[in-house]
Design a protein around this ligand. Structure first.
Ligand code: PLP
Length: 386
């Protein structure tokens, strides 16, 4: 099946017992064991639940993996994946990434002596240098990639990084939140583990918080399932159901998100108040050729820097259709201020160094009428002129 059909019929397609076209919500914590030592495949819902399992099979099929796992949030998914590492291990991370991904390493895993090394992952030589320099110590055990990065939309050559990582025996992890398997399949590019904040495009309606993982190797799935069951950050059956429902329309939504994003980029490109645009679909952007090679689209998120003629705080407060708030990937357009919101956990010096400046805004272009969206931006710019 092609991905458009898989989104609708993948995983567990309906309910065999009744013929219902949707998987039921198995709202149960436990399961009757008919006799000693016998069960029907389920014992306790932290360990396994049929609704969650349907979603887990679905994400595995969509990503081209052998198994999936569903968690209570993207951060719970990432936390489970990072729990694969041990005291003394170091993980390479990009120099701009979702603030929560940075924070969990910086403030939580550091307590367990799991370190991180910040690298510009778009620069392969830099990755190789770090791996070479650590060869003797042997502490680098993982590379965590976001491509595109949040919020600067940097593109990393996923296939090349995976190939290099393999040479050094290092595990590669890709946060595929911005692209989704509809546009990009990291496992097929050689990556070991894919994580998602399914809160975003996969859910698609800003009505749930969820995380997903997909892996290529059975041994990795076994380890992660053990961690999932041991630490317990599982997704509830109702949210699993909602997520399966959201995923069915992912393809058409992603197409329209990207179409609208392109129009917004075209408008911003010629705007006297915009200093810089970050969008991998811009032909003159650094990652354009790599993105074209490794993904089948550019997505619906872009970031832009307003120039000094605009009061950026006033701009954010002057929008009426575009919602000023955290998150992205919903049907509604969402705009945020990375420096104070999503990326507040990243130290000021690093933010400045990489370009997460105060007048940078990140826009997740929704599915509204494009003329309404552009008018909204135009009006807000007009109202926030200094
Ligand atoms: C790229 C990325 N990864 C992970 C997360 C964390 O996901 P969640 O908010 O579902 O825990 C986010 C949230 O914004 C994100 O943007």
């Amino acid at each position: 099946m092609k991905i458009e059909s898989l989104l609708i019929h993948g995983g567990v397609d309906g309910d065999e017992r009744t013929g219902a076209v949707n998987i039921p919500i198995y709202q149960t914590s436990t399961y009757k064991q008919p006799e000693f030592g016998v069960n029907k495949g389920y014992e306790y819902s932290r360990t396994g639940n049929p609704t969650r399992e349907a979603l887990e099979i679905l994400i595995a099929e969509l990503e081209g993996g052998i198994g999936g796992l569903a968690f209570a949030s993207g951060m719970a998914a990432t936390t489970a994946v990072l729990s694969l590492f041990k005291s003394g291990d170091t993980i390479i991370i990009p120099d701009n990434l979702y603030g929560g991904n940075f924070r969990v390493l910086d403030k939580v895993f550091s307590n367990f002596n799991i370190g991180y090394k910040i690298v510009n992952t778009t620069n392969i030589e830099e990755i190789v240098e770090v791996l070479e320099n650590s060869k003797e110590k042997g502490d680098i055990k993982g590379i965590f990639i976001e491509s595109p990065t949040n919020p600067l939309m940097d593109i990393t050559d996923i296939e090349l990084v995976s190939k290099i990582a393999k040479k050094y025996g290092v595990l590669t992890i890709v946060d595929n939140t911005f692209m989704t398997p509809y546009l990009q399949k990291p496992l097929e590019l050689g990556v070991d583990i894919v994580v998602h904040s399914a809160t975003k495009y996969l859910g698609g309606h800003s009505d749930l918080v969820a995380g997903l993982v997909a892996v290529k190797e059975k041994s990795l799935w076994d380890k992660l399932h053990f961690i999932q069951n041991s630490t317990g950050g599982v997704l509830a059956p109702f949210d699993a159901f909602l997520l399966i429902r959201g995923i069915k329309t992912l393809g058409v939504r992603m197409d329209r998100h990207e179409q609208n994003a392109n129009e917004v980029v075209k408008y911003l490109k010629n705007n006297e108040y915009v200093e810089k645009i970050y969008y991998p679909g811009l032909e003159d952007s650094k990652g354009y050729e790599i993105q074209k090679k490794q993904a089948r689209g550019f997505g619906g998120v872009l970031s832009f820097v307003l120039n000094e003629r605009i009061d950026y705080k006033k701009f954010l407060g002057s929008l009426s259709i575009i919602t000023f708030g955290e998150s992205l990937g919903g049907v509604e357009s969402l705009i945020c201020h990375p420096a104070s919101m999503t990326h507040g956990a990243i130290p000021y010096e690093i933010r400045q160094k990489v370009g997460i400046v105060d007048n940078l805004v990140r826009l997740s272009v929704g599915l509204e009428n494009i003329e309404d969206l552009i008018k909204d931006i135009e009006n807000a710019l007009e109202e926030s002129k200094k």
